[in-house]
Design a protein around this ligand. Structure first.
Ligand SMILES: [Zn+2]
Length: 41
């Protein structure tokens, strides 16, 4: 199983990992709209 990420902004599933935030959360970036998101999981 792989984590399935969907951009909450545009709904795209073309989201890639983009390192970690300072707080240690996984950071993600949508390649469609370019928005960065940090999730709990
Ligand atoms: Zn997006």
């Amino acid at each position: 199983m792989k984590p399935y990420l969907i951009c909450p902004t545009c709904g795209s599933d073309d989201v890639m990992k983009n390192g970690m935030t300072r707080r240690g959360k996984q950071n993600h970036k949508c390649r469609d709209c370019g928005r960065q998101e940090s999730r709990k999981s």
